[in-house]
Design a binder for this molecule. Structure first.
Ligand code: ADP
Ligand code: GLC
Length: 474
């Protein structure tokens, strides 16, 4: 018998994904099932999600959820126990989960995700045919208001809040409190008030019984003003209940021996075919130097503006770069221009899951020069696919890659290259080291082999989550 958990998130693989949040929310149920916890995951019914649903049963119906009728559909999808909030007045629109077709935040995002939280609180109270979770697990600001609504209903179920990225606070003007059905008495320093506004993330952080984030390194960084983004004080005040649990990857979906998107391989040697195919896909000529790849959102966080400055030196030294990404319009334009002006650089602007698999499989190295990175998943895919990660020394990147310094190389344990974050010079030096290591066949094969053996699955982290849940219900 598994013990019931309600997970709440704005995205979840395989139904909807814009970033790593979806990968992790989608992988956790599988990872925790063996430990005896049965997760049901509540997410919004965006058009893309509704289109993928097979037969579903109506588990809950709500006559008026912030201005329109809504229902919660329950179904099994690809092993996932999904609960989908179908509320057409909030979610049936073209665009992404968070942005309209013009790339702007939906003006009523506060209400859209408050609705997700309101429905979650109803489910936590047992409104869904008597199914009652023993633990409620919230992910990021979109789920942050759940404890407020649970308190309003008088529901007592232990709550875990996981921070995937503290940069997004889910702010709304104080004047929205009435529309959102929030208790003005809680609009205080100890409640969800944040510099005169409502913060959904802060509501989650003050209301949860336990707070986790996605790496031990980021858990430490979050207590500092440089990384806490205005919420470091809240994190420090709740230090006793904060912990870092490293993300894993779904090693079933990301397996170079079985991946349907690539030429499958067992050893680093199998990479050559995938590399040739990738060069062809990006119109890059054959070359002796390393082919580095980037698969990323294009945002300030990811430090790809720094890479724009470092890349001419890298290609001049014989390296090549293939980049797949989308996001910030100015960065999209700058990278498209770099591809036109620099032979050795290929760029694809867009979001393409199969191509992402082919890039990890074909790349010699994966670059992640982030300014901050709560965990990061692409360096983990890189390790698994025999691509050497070159990453900034921050957050989860520093927790998952063993730097190729002299000691690590001599001991034969290095898996990648680390450099100081937010520093073009340091990034350029790291790319120089990449070229040199790639030219040393024995050292290079050793690093690739080490990476492919490095544990990147959920084994130890699922035990940590299970222990956390257990501590709350004991
Ligand atoms: P974040 O969640 O901050 O974007 P992560 O490294 O945790 O960063 O996760 C990013 C996820 O999104 C990875 O699975 C990565 O492969 C995927 N991804 C990012 N950009 C793209 C893209 N343009 N096309 C396909 N997959 C992408
Ligand atoms: C966030 C972070 C990323 C992390 C992902 C999954 O999007 O930016 O570092 O890997 O969530 O936890």
């Amino acid at each position: 018998m598994t013990r019931p958990v309600l997970a709440v998130a704005s995205e979840c693989v395989p139904l909807v994904k814009t970033g790593g949040l979806a990968d992790v929310v989608g992988a956790l149920p599988r990872a925790l099932a063996d430990a005896g916890w049965g997760l049901r995951t509540l997410m919004p019914g965006y058009p893309g999600v509704m289109a993928k649903l097979g037969p579903a049963s109506e588990a809950l119906s709500i006559d008026n959820l912030f201005g329109g009728p809504a229902r919660v559909l329950a179904l099994r999808h690809d092993g996932l126990d999904a609960l989908v909030l179908d509320a057409p007045h909030l979610f049936a629109r073209d665009g992404s989960p968070y942005l309209d077709a013009g790339g702007r935040d939906w003006p009523d995002n506060d209400l859209r995700f408050a609705a997700l939280c309101r429905a979650a609180a109803r489910i936590a109270a047992g409104a869904m045919g008597g199914w009652r979770p023993e633990v409620v697990h919230l992910h990021d600001w979109q789920a942050g208001l759940v404890p407020e609504y649970m308190a309003a209903d008088g529901t007592r179920v232990p709550v875990v809040m996981t921070i995937h990225n503290i940069a997004f606070h889910g702010l709304a003007p104080a004047s929205r409190m009435g529309v959102l059905g929030l208790d003005p008495a809680r609009f205080t320093l100890d409640g969800f008030e944040y510099y005169g506004q409502v913060s959904a993330l802060k509501a989650g952080l003050v209301g949860a019984d336990r707070i986790t984030t996605v790496s031990p390194g980021y858990a430490r960084e979050l207590t500092t003003p440089a990384f806490g983004m205005g919420l470091d004080g809240v994190i420090r005040a709740r230090r006793e209940v904060v912990s870092g649990i490293l993300n894993g990857i779904d090693t079933g979906l990301w397996d170079p021996r079985t991946d349907p998107h690539i030429r499958r391989y067992q050893t680093p040697r199998g990479k050559a075919d995938n590399r040739s195919a990738l060069r062809a896909a990006f119109d890059l000529p054959d070359a002796a130097g390393p082919l580095a790849v980037v698969v990323s959102r294009l945002s300030q966080q990811k430090g790809l503006d720094l890479l724009l400055d470092a890349v001419p030196g890298f290609v001049a030294a014989g390296g090549q770069l293939a980049l797949l990404g989308s996001g910030d319009r100015a960065l999209e334009t700058a990278w498209a221009r770099a591809a036109r002006s620099l032979p050795g650089v290929g760029v694809r602007i867009g979001y393409d899951e199969p191509l992402a698999h082919r890039m990890f499989a074909g790349g010699d190295a994966v670059l992640v020069p982030s300014r901050f990175e709560p965990c990061g998943l692409t360096q983990l895919y890189a390790l698994r696919y025999g691509a050497v990660p070159v990453v900034a020394r921050t957050g989860g990147l520093a927790d998952t890659v063993i730097h190729a310094n002299d000691a690590a190389l001599r001991a034969g344990v290095a898996t990648g290259i680390l450099h100081a974050p937010d520093d073009t010079r340091a990034l350029a030096d790291a790319l120089e080291q990449l070229i040199a290591l790639h030219a040393d066949d024995a050292a290079w094969k050793r690093m690739q082999g080490n990476g492919m053996k490095h544990p990147v699955g959920w084994e130890s982290s699922s035990r940590a989550y299970a222990a956390l849940y257990q501590s709350l219900v004991a």
